[in-house]
Ligand binder design. Structure first.
Ligand code: PEP
Ligand code: MN
Length: 449
């Protein structure tokens, strides 16, 4: 891999500079920004292009129904929360979900964390007002701090460099946990048994018992458990801050092609997916597998145009569409998009993000979502694909491994009053550990039908 600006420029990665770039911070200090970007151009890549290629193959399989994607993690990672405990809890939760989903899908689960780089947030308003005081909005730890003071909200380019280092240490621990014995299938399965043994979750005990019998059968039949001691785990984030993404883009020495080495999978958000915008222009030049979020206002023509632009050679696994329609719209809006894409003959992998179309403010003032609505959107996503004979490729969810109270409902029946107990997110509400496992059991049931 080389960092040479010349080779990257020759590959056209800077064409995005001529396009309108939405949702970028107003960095107050151009010199500090230039110095941070220069540093980032020198640091080692966080991921290897070959790993991104492997993921592309897995995503292609998911698009054919031969694998199923579980993408999950925080809405916004926080530097101070990149601790061993929190990272472990998140990985543990995703691994537990993956085992349950494997059983329902009878296919491999492609595990992708919204982790090790999910630090930049698009905002619907540049400003935030609290108790009559108006300050610049929090744009994620890579830009400013969420503390509500004037000083904290000033964009600080040093944070770009900090984001790289925190991503590196997070990714290091992810690699340790997923290859060092922690992820052993039998261990993960025992955690699930513990969860389902709780009388409150008795509804899931049958499936946990079935998985137990399957594991014992494999063991008796001489299954290779050594190979199941490690798992593949990929990193992803929204490619929002173009200064950061461009600075971590490298030429792959094997192919001579540019890859954004800040993460394996990068996606463009609903707010920055304009065809003539800088984000689409940038993403069109990197060779990672990439995603685009599609909200309820998307049309089939938008989807097809994005596919032609972002995946002109129609490479399977290169492009994933993440539908975030809202439970009340998914059954009406998604069929047209899926049909349009199918009829155009373009290859995409479809994921459901059942979180972002279902956000509301509770009576007590918390930004929240309801567990039942989230599940309903996933069901709608499956129904649409079932009716059209197309493939539901996976889910994309906001979750944490901790016992927070941010999403209402679930078996624990978190209500409006309950939200106050442990509401920690700085941006969007996340499923907690138990809600995440419940969702996995319920989606597993949908997959096995
Ligand atoms: C997100 O994934 O946190 C996000 C901002 O999503 P969207 O672009 O779908 O609104
Ligand atoms: Mn979010």
């Amino acid at each position: 891999m080389t960092t040479g600006d010349e080779a990257l420029a020759a590959a056209g990665v800077d064409a995005y500079l001529a396009c309108e770039s939405r949702q970028q911070p107003n960095w107050p200090d151009g010199e500090a920004l230039a110095s941070a970007v220069a540093k980032l151009k020198q640091v080692p890549p966080l991921v290897f292009a070959g790993e991104a290629d492997v993921l592309r193959g897995h995503l292609a399989a998911a698009g054919r129904g031969e694998a199923f994607v579980l993408q999950g993690g925080d809405c916004a990672e926080i530097f101070s929360e990149a601790t061993a405990d929190r990272i472990r809890n998140k990985i543990k939760t995703i691994l537990q979900m993956a085992v349950v989903l494997t059983y329902g899908a009878s296919t491999p689960i492609v595990k992708i964390g919204r982790m090790a780089g999910q630090y930049a947030k698009p905002r619907s308003s540049d400003l935030e007002t609290r108790d009559g005081v108006t300050l610049p909005a929090y744009r994620g730890d890579i830009v400013n701090s969420s503390a509500f003071t004037e000083e904290s909200r000033i964009p600080n380019p040093q944070r770009l460099v900090d984001a790289y280092h925190v991503s590196a240490s997070t990714l290091n621990l992810i690699r340790a946990f997923t290859t060092g014995g922690f992820a052993d299938l039998r261990r993960v399965h025992q955690w699930n048994r513990g969860f389902a043994a709780n009388p409150a979750y008795a509804a899931y005990d049958q499936v946990a018992g079935e998985i137990d019998r399957a594991v014992r059968f494999m063991s008796a039949a001489g299954g290779d458990f050594e190979a199941l001691k490690t798992v593949e785990f990929f990193s992803s984030h929204e490619a929002l801050l173009l200064d950061y993404e461009r600075a971590l883009t490298r030429i792959d020495s094997r192919s001579g092609l540019p890859y954004d080495c800040s993460g394996h999978f990068l996606w463009v958000g609903e707010r920055t997916r304009q065809m003539d915008g800088a984000h689409v222009a940038f993403m069109s030049k990197i060779h990672n597998p990439i995603g685009v979020k599609l909200g309820p206002a998307s049309t089939a023509a938008d989807a097809v145009a994005l596919a032609e632009r972002l995946n002109p050679n129609n490479i399977p696994g290169r492009l994933t569409f993440v539908a975030r329609m809202g439970a009340d719209k998914v059954r009406n809006v998604l069929p047209g998009l899926v049909e349009g894409v199918r009829d155009a003959g373009v290859f995409v992998t479809w994921l459901s993000d059942p979180m972002h179309g279902n956000t509301f403010t509770s009576e007590s003032g918390y930004k929240t979502r309801h567990f039942d609505t989230i599940l309903d959107e996933v069901k709608g996503f499956f129904d649409v694909h079932h009716d059209l004979g197309t493939v539901p490729g996976g889910i994309h969810v906001e979750l944490t491994g901790d016992d927070v109270t941010e999403v209402m409902g679930g078996t624990a029946e978190i209500d409006d009053e309950g939200l106050a107990k442990r509401y920690e997110t700085k941006v969007d509400p996340r499923l907690n550990h138990e809600q995440s496992l419940e969702l996995a059991f319920l989606v597993s049931e949908l997959l096995s039908q």
